[in-house]
Design a protein around this ligand. Structure first.
Ligand code: PLP
Length: 403
């Protein structure tokens, strides 16, 4: 089913925050939530705000909802089943837990490959493994905003045990070649860990086709509350020496979940996936999700392309990252402006009610490598399912006053 400008207008009615006179173009930092998500969270607190695994009705209800949430997120990611889905506070916290566990399996001199393009959340946890004697290699970023694939191929060697790579850059909108990353890592029997935080709101995900060993994403980027999600390939988590209590269930997916989870938020994230699926057609939840995400993806791409075409014509504006000739490009467009730092531009736009982010968005290494750190980084526009041509118009008007 196509997702059209009309659908986008209609979906805006579902988001209470969008009824204010503000233009939210800050999606890569987190999106607004629809009423159904707010209701799911409220309903949890109203009806079953108790802990799991009790022998009484509200607790059984929490168990049921957590199971449905795992099944729903499995459908969202194309995973084999609910046992592949672990929850945590956010992506960063889960990735620290994952890298620490994988780190315990490494020998002195084993290599972990990260990239210059990635968010620090998929670099910092791996860089910490240097303390245990691991050697960290980095795939180079090119000025075009793409990873250097020859460098990638050269740096996946028999010493490589893990390759941690983003599916898409939250700073430049680049979509990385995960098929190549998988081919290279498979040849040397290395783990492939994918950060899909920026990718998940914009494209359907199929972890089985991608064949990732682990994949992480974050609910608040796809219209849900703040919850991290870790997908583990069947069997992959069961082998890992995770930090956990002796009283904890050692099986996947619980093996990496410490303490009491944010059950209300997890139920809200389940509602967010159901909301997305409601924009698709098909006989199964998975089919509706894939259909909806394909439609939303095409809509967002077209709108981002319009913005990209217009903004690069403004005097003194430079657009960073790949252009829109390929469909494989996230709808996130970052620019620099002559005569203004990104912070100054964001402040001026903020005063007009246009919400955009400036800085490095924790993709600090990429911004450094591109030589943009001293200039205050980038001014980033994120397109979401609820972004309209009108929003882009207001952004461009604001930018024109600066140019
Ligand atoms: C690409 C990417 N990876 C990881 C993260 C970290 O996610 P979380 O806030 O859930 O820790 C972000 C957050 O902005 C991100 O954009």
């Amino acid at each position: 089913m196509a997702f059209t400008a009309d659908h986008s207008e209609r979906c805006r009615r579902d988001f209470p925050a969008l009824q204010r006179d503000l233009v939210f173009l800050d999606g890569p930092g987190g999106v607004q939530v629809p009423t159904t998500v707010i209701q799911a969270v409220a309903d949890f607190y109203e009806t079953c705000n108790v802990n799991t695994h009790g022998n009484f009705a509200p607790s059984r209800e929490v168990d049921r909802r957590m199971q449905i949430a795992r099944e729903t997120l499995a459908a969202f990611l194309g995973a084999a089943g609910p046992e592949c889905i672990s929850f945590g506070q956010n992506m960063t916290t889960l990735n620290f837990a994952l890298s620490a566990a994988i780190g315990r399996t490494l020998q002195e001199g084993d290599e972990v490959l990260i990239t210059q393009l990635d968010h620090e959340a998929n670099r910092g946890p791996w860089l910490r493994l240097q303390e245990r004697g691991a050697v960290i290699q980095e795939v180079k970023l090119k000025e075009s905003g793409e990873l250097d694939l020859a460098d990638m191929a050269a740096k996946v060697t028999r010493r490589t045990k893990v390759f941690a790579i983003g599916a898409s850059s939250n700073a430049l909108g680049t979509v990385n070649d995960l098929a190549l990353a998988r081919r290279l890592t498979r040849a040397v029997d290395a783990l492939l860990v994918v950060d899909a935080v920026h990718y998940a709101p914009h494209f359907p995900i199929d972890v089985s086709a991608m064949d990732a060993d682990f994949l992480l994403c974050s609910g608040y980027k796809f219209y849900g509350p703040h919850v991290g999600v870790l997908y583990s390939k069947p069997g992959a988590l069961d082998r890992l020496p995770t930090d956990r209590l002796s009283v904890q269930d050692p099986a996947a997916p619980y093996r990496i979940e410490t303490g009491t989870l944010n059950h209300a938020a997890i139920d809200g994230m389940r509602a967010a996936v159901d909301y997305l699926a409601s924009w698709g057609t098909g006989g199964t939840l998975r089919e509706r999700i894939v259909d909806a995400m394909n439609g939303i993806s095409a809509y967002e791409h077209r709108l981002a392309q319009v913005y990209h075409d217009e903004v690069r014509r403004l005097p003194g504006v430079r657009v960073w990252g790949p252009d829109f000739t390929s469909r494989v490009r996230a709808p996130t467009v970052s620019i620099t402006l002559d005569g203004h730092t990104a912070g100054e531009a964001a402040t001026a736009l903020g005063a007009l009610g246009v919400c955009v982010w400036d800085g490095n968005f924790y993709a600090a290494r990429a911004v450094d490598v591109l030589g943009l750190a001293a200039r205050g980084g980038l001014l980033r526009t994120g397109i979401s399912m609820y972004t309209t041509q009108r929003d882009i118009g207001r952004l461009l008007e604001g930018l024109e006053t600066l140019a």
